[in-house]
Write a protein that binds this ligand. Structure first.
Ligand SMILES: Cc1cc2nc3c(=O)[nH]c(=O)nc-3n(C[C@H](O)[C@H](O)[C@H](O)COP(=O)(O)OP(=O)(O)OC[C@H]3O[C@@H](n4cnc5c(N)ncnc54)[C@H](O)[C@@H]3O)c2cc1C
Length: 317
């Protein structure tokens, strides 16, 4: 499905709003892939109120809105994207407040805050709960939207509530029991996660730091963290024969696809589920290689892969 949007330079969408606007803004520098085209407008709201008003105006004017976190799970198409891309990098979206009540601390954290920084600070404060996510590049909003996690746990395990400004401009808070956190998925309504409350536990600091180090070491040993990628391209699928979740990376490896290349995109020789890029790669190389990997894996193993990485392409809903 395609969507037409009015040219943004000629609109009054941003008039009198506390927002910073960059028209025709290259998005590659905001993503881990480092490639892809431009957004018609990259907008940094400076307050929650400005964000809400902007979303209301966009909805009224039929302007498409997307939200960018750390760009660690994202492939932006070579033609970029239409409409408005929101970036929550103003201080009001990056706050961290720790409220201790006995052994449990409620950490109120902004949706645009860096996950790694938050883990570092909470571990240093002797608070356990986020350290299973060490090494996962993300903003808090992006991590919650994707229910980021791995072998040691997922962010959903510690979420107490999530506050979202919907595309209608209304702010709503969802309690833990109103949200389903599943493997790399949440059923949170559409909109922009502006903050969340996480439930962390007091823990012996030395032991906690050791555990964080161990997890970090494990992650670096299994994933090509220094390369340009968006993490795992595919979710670990449920095997049709056993009903068990199996490693997509192993299936891709079993299908003999490690090292397969399209243009500047390559199936990582270290981890079959990572598609990494070399200088000069195009987003279309990654998309073509990802499709080839899914087709060949199905042909050779009989298992269908579902994409984890989000693709943004101009005109696509
Ligand atoms: C080297 C590497 C290793 C990785 N390892 C892991 C891993 O072990 N486990 C794992 O789960 N993931 C992993 N990933 C993928 C990625 O880190 C996660 O998916 C992460 O949650 C993405 O967060 P982000 O802020 O970068 O989101 P983005 O990539 O910016 O966006 C992803 C999606 O979330 C939406 N989104 C972003 N911010 C918000 C917001 N504030 N409100 C609403 N929606 C929002 C976007 O619109 C988009 O749909 C890895 C990625 C890389 C590059």
């Amino acid at each position: 499905m395609t969507m037409a949007t009015p040219p943004l330079a000629s609109t009054t969408l941003f008039a009198d709003l506390d927002v910073a606007v960059e028209l025709d803004a290259p998005l590659g520098r905001h993503t881990w892939y480092g490639i892809g085209g431009s957004a018609d407008a990259l907008v940094r709201p400076q307050t929650v109120q400005a964000l809400a008003t902007l979303l209301r105006r966009c909805a009224r004017n039929g302007v498409r809105v997307r939200v960018l976190g750390s760009g660690a799970n994202l492939l932006v198409g070579d033609d970029g994207v239409e409409g408005v891309v929101i970036l929550l990098d103003a201080p009001c979206f990056k706050e961290l407040q720790l409220n201790a009540e006995g052994p449990v601390t409620a950490a109120r954290v902004g949706g645009g805050r860096d996950l790694a920084k938050t883990i570092h600070e909470t571990v240093a404060a002797g608070l356990a709960g986020l350290e299973p996510l060490i090494g996962i590049p993300a903003s808090i909003g992006g991590a919650i939207r994707m229910n980021a996690g791995g072998k040691y746990g997922a962010i959903g395990d510690v979420v107490q509530s999530v506050t979202i400004v919907g595309f209608d401009g209304e702010e709503r808070t969802y309690a833990r029991d109103q949200v389903r956190f599943e493997y790399r998925h949440t059923d949170l309504p559409a909109g922009i996660i502006t903050s969340a409350v996480l439930s962390l536990r007091a823990s012996e600091p030395l032991g906690l730091r050791e555990r964080a180090k161990e997890i970090s070491k494990y992650k670096a040993s299994v994933q090509p963290l220094a390369e340009h990628s968006a993490g795992c391209m595919y979710k670990n699928p449920v095997h049709p024969a056993t009903g068990q979740r199996v490693s997509a990376g192993k299936l891709i490896d079993d299908a003999g696809l490690k090292g397969t290349r399209v243009g500047g995109a390559l199936v990582s020789p270290q981890h079959g589920n990572f598609i990494v890029v070399e200088p000069g790669a195009r987003a279309s190389d990654v998309a073509e290689l990802a499709a080839l990997v899914a087709d060949e894996t199905f042909r050779r193993t009989g298992v269908r892969l579902e994409r984890e990485v989000v693709f943004w392409r101009r005109g696509e809903a």
